[in-house]
Ligand binder design. Structure first.
Ligand SMILES: [Mn+2]
Length: 443
């Protein structure tokens, strides 16, 4: 399934991304971000890990009910309880996908799962069969694929294709591979797995060596047609491949990457801002595409060049990724349209009535201060959402709210492990921390 150059963008911000310390989201926050991912044009939203908690299950269910265009995926370990729970959450979706994973590397089999390769092969096949009995669209991930014996990996992949998997995701779970090796692995899989031509190959790369995006692009060059990625590259440890970097690399260098995605690139910056605002985790200033300095020119000689012609130092325009045009100053003469646009760029969409409300407050503020900056606007929006608080109180409370929120999501957590009836390790929720911070398994 790789004749064309259309790449499926599988966003896992709400699942793998959410597993990063400090990035857990509640149901309402997840829905809000899912709506932005829909506007962004992602093909698949991995909405969560339904067995992880009742909250996560409900969030997946709500997203599946409300968001109708993209495929909605839910993660499940390769066992009945997980798969049934995932299906329960995904049932309302217009286009549901069950994503089943099972580790295949010897080190995971031996120390984590305590099972033999034969048991692993049988469990993978049975799990995919069960998932298939509920749902036509089934993705399988051999966790830690890049450290799995390649012969065994191909054997497992062949078994799950036969059992009905429609997407084979190849996770570099620990961020260990390098581009040339990962491309070779994809090539080997395409050569050796019977039935592979009927399924989509996917790449899921982690950034422990800073190679996630490069590895994902190398996989695409070798025939993968789905990339799993996240907004701002959040995810376990050093994170996942960054969605915005992948999409813009393809867009800026079609000579080397002649592939298409369905992404509306002007929604990239708004998505990045919304995620950062929801989690309270800032984007690193020099982050490619969405960092505050990504389009800043400080050096005099650069500024001079950019003013004469932006192409001297810019390979893409800020506008193309939705970075607000800083020359567009918001003041009391600005209209509703300019205000709505800036709000959108900051990650907020309002209906008419809500916009009127924000606008009234905006004009009032603009009367007092000349230029309304983004941070003023953000405060104003928060205050509008909480009508009980006075303007001054809301502005004063904001830093305190953010600080307490960061403290509450401290990455210093511990995980207790138990084993479920399937012999699969289960996390035991610790009372001191947010329940989802403690749920650390995933591909
Ligand atoms: Mn992962």
């Amino acid at each position: 399934m790789m004749e064309d150059g259309r790449i499926t963008i599988f966003d896992t911000t709400l699942r793998d991304g959410e597993q990063s310390p400090g990035c857990s989201m509640n149901q309402q926050e997840k829905l809000r971000l899912a709506q932005q991912l829909d506007r962004l044009g992602v093909d698949v939203i991995e909405a969560g890990f339904p067995i992880a908690s009742d909250g996560d299950c409900e969030a997946v269910q709500e997203i599946a009910t409300v968001i109708r265009r993209p495929i909605i995926a839910g993660l499940a370990r390769a066992c009945r309880t997980d798969i049934e729970r995932a299906w329960e959450a995904l049932k309302p979706a217009a286009r549901p996908r069950i994503h089943v994973f099972l580790a295949t590397s010897d080190i995971h089999l031996q120390y984590k799962l305590r099972m033999t390769r034969e048991q692993c092969l049988a469990q993978a096949r049975d799990a995919v069969r069960l998932a298939k009995s509920f749902c036509e669209d089934v993705e399988f991930s051999p966790e830690d694929a890049t450290r799995t014996d390649v012969g065994f990996l191909c054997q497992v992949l062949e078994a799950v294709v036969e059992a009905g998997a429609t997407t084979l995701n190849i996770p570099d779970t620990v961020g260990f591979t390098v581009p040339s090796e990962f491309a070779e692995l994809i090539t080997t899989i395409r050569k050796n797995v019977r039935g592979i031509e009927n399924v989509t190959i996917s790449a899921h790369c982690h950034n422990d060596l800073g190679l996630a995006v490069a590895n994902a692009l190398a996989a695409v060059g070798a025939g993968a047609r789905q990339i799993e990625c996240t907004i701002n590259g959040i995810g376990e440890r050093a994170g996942n491949a960054s969605l915005e970097e992948i999409v813009m690399t393809m867009r800026v260098r079609p000579d080397r990457y002649p592939y298409e995605t369905g992404i509306a690139s002007q929604q990239l910056f708004p998505a990045s801002q919304m995620l950062s605002e929801i989690t309270g985790v800032p984007v690193q200033p020099n982050k490619a595409i969405t960092g505050r300095n990504a389009f800043a020119h400080e050096a005099g000689i650069h500024q001079d060049g950019v003013l004469k012609n932006p192409l001297t130092y810019e390979i893409m325009t800020p506008i193309s990724v939705g970075v607000p045009d800083s020359k567009l100053v918001l003041g009391k003469h600005s209209g509703r349209h300019a205000l709505a646009m800036r709000c959108e760029q900051l990650g907020y969409q309002f209906d008419r009535r809500a916009l009127d409300d924000v606008y009234r407050r905006f004009v009032h503020l603009a009367d007092k201060i000349k230029h309304v900056e983004d941070h003023h606007l953000l405060e104003l929006i928060r205050e509008t959402h909480k009508p009980a608080a006075s303007a001054a109180a809301a502005a004063d409370a904001l830093p305190a709210i953010l600080a307490s929120r960061r403290a509450e999501r401290s990455p210093a957590f511990q995980v207790a492990v138990d084993t479920n009836p399937f012999g699969v390790p289960m996390p035991v929720a610790s009372e001191h921390h947010h329940e989802q911070d403690d749920y650390l398994w995933g591909v």
